[in-house]
Design a protein around this ligand. Structure first.
Ligand SMILES: Cc1cc2nc3c(=O)[nH]c(=O)nc-3n(C[C@H](O)[C@H](O)[C@H](O)COP(=O)(O)OP(=O)(O)OC[C@H]3O[C@@H](n4cnc5c(N)ncnc54)[C@H](O)[C@@H]3O)c2cc1C
Length: 361
């Protein structure tokens, strides 16, 4: 006589065995993936190593995380066309949350904190895993307490990300000037010092003795046309030097459209003893409205030759042509001057960047 209880038991055992096998396979796959990632991460290079090992000018790109609701595929679609140029590294910007007032059904308003572009850390890990290219997350003071910063750095370290660009961040939209979090950092240099501490195994928790050391290569921002809050270029440069003296290994500049501004900046930096590589940040102008938006947001000048040519354009297609040609000439001249890296702010314009870079590689 067949025993259903036994059959059931056998079926259950068989099912459990199958599940064990599947779980085992999944586990092995995970271990394999992790070890691949470990191999990847152990092969990663710091920005400063890319620069020191390079024979000539390198290429790098900067991207923004996509708006919340989009998938990682939007990043791959953006980056795919540019990967043929073998960037040495890819920067991913960080965006703090914004305070918004959302209307409730009863007509009253609710105050909410919304981060429109989350995902910087995840995108960096995805880039390193997917393209095997080093990623440089931006880390800001705004919106972070020192403990949250420490946790973010630990996440990056565990993921094998050994590069960070440390920044103060701008004031929140509802503030007239930059306000740090209670127990947050006021200036980029304070954040930088925290990263240096962690590189030496010094954590905020004082009872952590012999803490694991992180290994971050730290970059900072520099402004060829001075930071807009600074009273003059000389004061701004002294604060920049303080960041370098505190451990910054390279500087990435704000965008500029006149190479002479960059050359003068590099000379002035050298003049006060800043001897780290200075990476020029570059952006194409692709629409007429950027003529007023870029100076307003980024506090940069647009040379008269360029603005005159753009004003004459009949549509943005023509502006894009002018902007591409301008950026190509800028890039060629900078490459000739043997800058360490040409760093492109891609801001949703991969095609333009490809058209520029293919002229100079
Ligand atoms: C390459 C690059 C990438 C960027 N990426 C991002 C990003 O991903 N996310 C984002 O939100 N923003 C980003 N920004 C914008 C940046 O956050 C703003 O420009 C911000 O206003 C200043 O940041 P900082 O790191 O230069 O600040 P800081 O170096 O702290 O300088 C800010 C101002 O304070 C002055 N200063 C510095 N130290 C002191 C001090 N000890 N005492 C008094 N004054 C001082 C400086 O002269 C300057 O005027 C980026 C900018 C650049 C150039």
């Amino acid at each position: 006589m067949r025993c259903y209880a036994n059959d059931l038991c056998l079926q259950t055992c068989e099912e459990e065995r199958r599940q064990d096998i599947v779980c085992g396979m999944q586990r092995r796959e995970r271990i394999l993936q992790n070890s691949t990632f470990f191999l990847l991460s152990s092969n990663t290079m710091k920005v400063i190593e890319h620069i020191q090992n390079a024979k000539g000018t390198q290429i790098s790109f900067e991207i923004l995380p996509p708006l919340k609701g989009k998938t990682i595929n939007s990043i791959y679609e953006h980056l795919d066309p540019m990967m043929e140029f073998k960037p040495s590294f890819i920067n991913v910007t960080y965006h703090r949350s914004e305070t918004m007032f959302k209307k409730k059904p009863d007509g009253t308003f609710e105050k909410v904190e919304v981060r429109k572009r989350p995902g910087t850390v995840g995108i960096c890990a995805a880039i390193m895993n997917h393209y095997r290219v080093d990623a440089v997350p931006h880390l800001i003071c705004g919106g972070f307490t020192r403990r949250e910063t420490e946790d973010a750095l630990i996440d990056l370290h565990f993921l094998g990300v050994d590069n960070v660009l440390v920044l103060r961040g701008d004031a929140a939209k509802n503030e007239s000037s930059f306000e740090p979090e209670a127990d947050g950092h006021h200036y980029a240099i304070d954040l930088l010092k925290q990263v240096v501490h962690l590189n030496n195994g010094i954590y905020i928790e004082e009872d952590i003795k012999n803490g694991g050391k992180t290994n971050f290569c730290i970059g900072v921002a520099g402004y060829p046309e001075k930071h807009f809050e600074s009273p003059n270029i000389s004061t701004d440069l002294n604060f920049l030097k303080a960041k370098v003296d505190a451990g910054a290994e390279y500087i990435t500049t704000q965008m500029f459209f006149d190479n002479q501004k960059y050359f003068d900046f590099v000379k002035a930096c050298k003049g006060i003893g800043i001897n780290v590589p200075i990476i020029p940040g570059l952006k194409p102008i692709t629409s007429k409205k950027q003529l007023s938006i870029l100076p307003k947001i980024f506090h940069v000048d647009i040379p008269a030759d360029l603005s005159d040519a753009i004003i004459k354009c009949r549509n943005d297609e023509e502006v894009e042509k002018v902007g591409t040609e301008w950026l190509t000439q800028q890039s060629k001249e900078l490459k000739k001057a043997e800058v360490p890296v040409l760093h492109y702010y891609t801001l949703g314009k991969p095609k333009v960047i490809c058209n520029v870079v293919k002229e100079i590689v």
